[in-house]
Design a protein around this ligand. Structure first.
Ligand SMILES: *Cc1c(COP(=O)(O)O)cnc(C)c1O
Length: 515
């Protein structure tokens, strides 16, 4: 059951009524107020509903104030001190951190904490200093801001990142809080994210799974043996269905781009041109995400001449569909989108490059179900997990990605370092020299497109069926589907985090079975 908190009530004052209406765009004061609503309000809402959770799962630090409200209620009930009930509260709370990007970890100045909590810490029977210490990375430093991730790490019994690499990066990031531990022993583990297979698998492909894997395939998503049966699907059967999904994606793209051009009042010819935008027979790449600079939305344009040779090639056409938004305050992100929009207008590329505005879940669905290749080139290690590439796998799409987040675990190569179930951009390593890293990764990406991806796609039989490509599509499904789904993820959370006392009958390390 999902409960949504809404501050838009007549008995609230006008500013407070606005609090839950906007996710971003406020200042630090609106941010802390939102987090008070979520954390403290959230616990009070559950209490009012008569719900007593056995586990509170804090996703990201935003909800961390809930640990304080649970403490406050416990102190009220037992009449004990904070330090007497602290361990008890910790037993009921678990924490998942979701990003290594610093802006994703809210911190508040002691002044701001004063104005929101001066009446609250007495109820916890704490002094101001004791209260501030709960959110300070280093104890005894009066200038330390109050960190929500810090509070969550202190007050929760377990903490985890969302991929193996992200776990490692988080241990490194928070080692400052654990001066007596080596980095490897910082108590942050990992559970890799997964996606809900029935939601993201196109019905046309789900039909195939029902037929060849069994009508109960949706309830057996964690079974690698079941996914092996993907090999039984005839190549032409998988291919025509994939091609229809690609046609639907292209129809959706034309429609969205046309609407956007009309809305901007562009010339009639430009609007008409959308009717022939993109080609269902061409190799189609998708790139959709928030346009944060670390996602490097324009990495492909680093060498514009080379990009032009790839995307302007008329013998073996390659096309790409971009979609995404930038954070309203992110000027650099907006400039990246501007550059891509300009690139779409290049005379040689007008039918080969498209940008879909207003990226939403509907466009995401069309994209992940219809592309041949899903491109992801973040600046490693800043993509904690990423999930869009997982959605693609269930539809037979193939990932071409930096070895960051989940792909670091998903990607498999043969003895010669050639990808079996997709492609890896760059190496299983990174440098802090951004310029150098961009050069290495863009070079690797161009090379993959020129020497591996395009030739494999265009190696087609007399009926236009690319058997080598389809073999890789099947590998993408077989190796990734049993691992990167929500059934495996939830089973991991149950057995490793929520109720470690009981064991769940799901093969724990499916990866070992597969390799
Ligand atoms: C899946 C999805 C995302 C998250 O994708 P990432 O790979 O984590 O960037 C974002 N927006 C929409 C609409 C999605 O469907």
């Amino acid at each position: 059951t999902l409960y949504l908190l809404d501050s838009d009530r007549e008995d609230n004052d006008p500013i407070d009524r606005w609090l839950t209406a906007h996710l971003y765009g406020g200042n630090q004061e609106t941010r802390i107020a939102q987090e008070v609503v979520l954390g403290i309000g959230g616990v009070r809402a559950l209490t009012a509903l008569g719900i007593q959770p056995s586990v509170y799962h804090l996703n990201e630090g935003h909800a961390a104030f809930c640990t304080l409200e649970i403490s406050r209620q416990e102190i009220e009930r037992t009449n004990k001190s904070f330090y007497d009930i602290e361990a008890d509260v910790r037993q009921r709370c678990v924490f998942t951190t979701h990003t290594p990007v610093p802006a994703g970890h809210d911190v508040f100045s002691p002044d701001l904490i004063d104005s929101f909590f001066a009446h609250y810490w007495p109820q916890l029977r704490l002094s101001r200093e004791q209260f501030l210490a709960l959110g300070a990375r280093r104890l005894g430093d009066p200038w330390e801001p109050f960190g929500m991730t810090v509070l969550a790490l202190r007050m929760c019994r377990t903490s985890n990142g969302v991929s193996e690499l992200h776990g490692r990066v988080s241990r490194q990031m928070w080692t400052v809080m654990y001066p007596n531990r080596s980095e490897d022993n910082v108590p942050i583990g990992y559970i890799t994210n997964g996606v809900h297979a029935p939601t993201w698998t196109a019905p046309l492909i789900a039909e195939l799974y029902s037929q060849y894997l069994g009508s109960d395939w949706k309830t057996r998503a964690v079974d690698p043996k079941m996914w092996e049966k993907v090999d039984d699907i005839p190549n032409q059967e998988l291919w025509w269905r994939h091609q229809i999904l690609k046609e639907r994606l292209i129809a959706h793209t034309r429609h969205k781009v046309k609407k956007a051009r009309e809305a901007r009042g562009e010339e009639y010819e430009r609007i008409q041109a959308t009717d022939t935008l993109l080609d269902p027979q061409a190799l189609t790449i998708g790139f959709a995400r928030r346009f944060s600079p670390y996602k490097r939305g324009h990495l492909l344009l680093r060498d514009t001449e080379r990009a032009l040779r790839i995307f302007g090639n008329t013998d073996r056409p390659v096309q790409i569909i971009f979609a995404g938004k930038a954070h309203p305050a992110d000027e650099e992100g907006k400039r990246i989108i501007q550059r891509l929009m300009e690139w779409c207008k290049h005379p040689a590329l007008t039918n080969r490059v498209a940008f879909i505005e207003d990226y939403d879940i509907y466009t995401a669905q069309k994209l992940v179900q219809g592309v041949d290749v899903w491109l992801n080139n973040p600046r490693r290690p800043l993509e904690a997990s990423g999930t869009s590439g997982q959605k693609v796998c269930f539809n037979g799409g193939i990932n071409c990605s930096v070895l960051d987040g989940w792909w670091c675990e998903g990607y498999q190569a043969d003895a010669n370092g050639k990808g079996i179930n997709g492609w890896a951009i760059g190496e299983d390593a990174h440098t802090s020299d951004q310029e150098l890293q961009d050069r290495i990764d863009s070079e690797s990406l161009y090379q993959l497109l020129e020497e591996e991806i395009t030739p494999l796609y265009y190696n087609q039989d007399a009926n236009g069926i690319p058997h080598g490509w389809i073999q890789m599509m099947k590998a993408s499904i077989k190796t990734n589907a049993p691992l990167f789904n929500t059934d495996r993820m939830i089973a991991d959370y149950v057995s490793q985090v929520y109720v470690p006392e009981i064991s769940v009958t799901v093969p724990p390390i499916l990866a070992k079975v597969l390799v």
